[in-house]
Ligand binder design. Structure first.
Ligand SMILES: NC(=[NH2+])NCCC[C@H](N)C(=O)O
Length: 306
């Protein structure tokens, strides 16, 4: 049995699912890509190769294991992208939520079914038909659940809009003790630098009370202001449009002190070290070409309770 529990984004991590690049297959056809950065690399002939991505993910797995984290990997579905485990399920409190996600990715859940089967049935929540949520948009944070979402107009318009208002309302119903706060994000199916694909592509809490944030990722100024007031200006690390594109906000916390960061993020690493964090650096530049990074490829199952 796995007793899942996640109450925030940074408490000491005990068990996690890390995606896999094994069997990811060849370069997808342009019409099968579902995010603008992948499209960019398909067009330029620079789409990442399986071998390179496997090496990056193994480097990440090693770091997790160094901190004694139990790492589960998906069972392989041939010719299918199973790198971004984050989106295909998520844990809030002691519940594992099985969401409805982009149809192009709906087989992915099968690879982790063997893990879900080890969770008590009463702790598994299935979402109703009209609800769409992806884990990249969902962040439990103490008394809050932060959620990136799109109102109908944007949701119907963009492939990169993955969580709808029904998703937000579903979380409000299921977690009545939490303050579920929705943030609308700026979307673009064609220009990666204008696209906040998920909430974790423009925002990420770290430590006890700090966060990395890209202000322009938020569609409404008041949503950004909400986070600024909540964390306090002095506790925010602001990133630029290019840094958002490189996925600076998609770091991953093993504990409130230890953050895993892409090895080329010099500026961010320096800031984090100055703030007293231990920074673990991994090569993840090839994976970043598919508009996801470290947080996106993990699905935390157990973090310590505060
Ligand atoms: N949590 C995340 N930000 N995940 C990124 C997923 C990227 C993937 N290419 C997609 O479009 O679905």
């Amino acid at each position: 049995m796995i007793d899942v529990y996640v109450g925030d984004e940074t408490s000491p991590l005990r068990a996690v699912i890390l995606g896999t690049a094994v069997g990811v297959g060849d370069v997808p056809k342009m019409e099968d890509a579902y995010d603008p950065k992948s499209k960019e690399h398909i067009a330029a002939g620079t789409y990442p190769k399986e071998e390179a991505m496997k090496a990056e993910m193994e480097a990440f797995a090693k770091i997790l294991e160094k901190y004694n984290v139990k790492v589960y990997r998906p069972e392989i579905i041939e010719d299918y992208n199973q790198i971004f485990s984050r989106d295909i399920g998520f844990v809030i409190g002691n519940k594992f939520v099985k969401p409805r996600i982009l149809k192009d990715r709906k087989e992915e859940i099968q690879g982790i079914q063997y893990v879900i089967d080890q969770i008590a049935e009463e702790n598994i929540l299935n979402v109703p038909v009209d609800v769409r949520i992806e884990g990249g948009d969902v962040m439990p944070w103490k008394d809050h659940i932060f959620v990136g979402y799109s109102e109908k107009e944007d949701f119907d318009k963009y492939i990169v809009a993955r969580t709808n208002r029904e998703g937000l309302e579903f979380l409000r119903r299921e977690f009545p003790d939490k303050k579920v706060k929705g943030f609308q994000l700026n979307k673009s199916d064609d220009i990666a630098k204008d696209n906040a694909l998920h909430l974790d592509c423009c925002f990420q809490p770290i430590g006890e009370n700090q966060a990395i944030i890209y202000k322009e990722g938020f569609k409404r100024l008041e949503d950004y202001e909400y986070l600024k007031n909540y964390f306090g200006e002095e506790n925010l690390i602001h990133i630029t449009r290019d840094e958002m594109y490189n996925m600076f906000s998609n770091v991953f916390s093993i504990s409130p002190k230890v953050v895993v960061v892409e090895e080329k993020f010099e500026r961010l690493t320096k800031i984090l070290e100055e703030k007293g964090f231990t920074v673990e650096r991994v090569p993840y530049a090839e994976i970043s070409k598919m508009e996801g990074l470290l947080r996106c490829s993990t699905l935390p199952l157990i973090r310590d309770k505060n």
